[in-house]
Design a protein around this ligand. Sequence first.
Ligand code: DNO
Length: 358
Amino acid sequence: MKMTFRWYGEGSDPISLRQIKQIPGMTGIMGVLDDKAAGEVWSYDECRAYVDHVRDAGLECEVIESVNVHEDIKMGLPTRDRYIQNYCETVRNLAKTGVKVIIYNFMPVLDWLRTDLAREIPEDGSNSLYFDEKDLGSMTPMDIVNNTAKSTNGFSLPGWEPARLAELQKTLDIYRNISTEDMLKNFQYFLKGVIPTCEETGIRLACHPDDPAWPIFGLPRITHSQEDYDRILSLYDSPCNTVCLCTGSLGSDPANNIPAMIRHFGKMDRIGAMHVRNVKQLGYHHFREASHLSSDGSLDMYEIMKAVYESCPDTYIRPDHGRMIWDEKGRPGYGLYDRALGACYLNGLWEAIRKNDR
Ligand code: DNO
């Protein structure tokens, strides 16, 4: 298992590589060229400069999160071929710098979604990301996008890039006529276009699940259960077609048995990377994010790490969203302190599991 930390790059992330390097057991980052719009080529020089900068700080950069898939590809528009070609070029350029895994998602329009980015946790006064479907009430997607944009503490949020959302209404209208079957066909078209380049260059593509793990606003979401991923893996059978198994996204739905899913896809060698975090289920389509500690949430982190140990011990992991604690004012979900605590806790579980196995 390689413990990594999501980092947004100089100028975008207030957390420095030096701080990340000081977290015990941290081997590398999951990095991104934060100013790239979906569909744009990441040039070799840009990738090289980014990766070298991370390495100079004593950290690895073997995982990129994310190279976003242009909406035209997901919607199956005729312009998709150009964007698929660009994607392949980016894959080649990243591979030349030593990157091994690229995380992406195939969620229509909206990436992850919350109804509150800073809901206070009454027990201790910290706050975390929160979702209650009832709060969506009569809100339209435009309302929720505007609300989210207003409460980010001034940071860009992954999946909520302005370029992606500029044409939101038009995109939502097109999606009205796209069924889940159409989405699957578009997904397969994308995989057929990019996986051969991944195979050639040794890059594994890892698909991040829908977050939350159910359909929102009637959009055709197709990546939120074990069955969904079985289908996606069968769309193009290749060791490079893998899952980014996010315990918190999938764990928002109590029907998903996370340790069982890890074992299922781990044994197939189809887990390209993992996000490991806890979530506290509060009712139907209602949850908040918790500290990583098992007893603070609804997921058993010991069972999760044990499943990793037993079925995909070499995978890349990162602690995922943290709460805001100790008066930190950071990017929602991506502050330093709680994620650093999460990494230490997961490393502690790992050490215990490993030693117990001797
Ligand atoms: C949210 C993240 C997602 C994830 C993308 C992957 O915090 O986990 O935005 O990075 O869905 O493409």
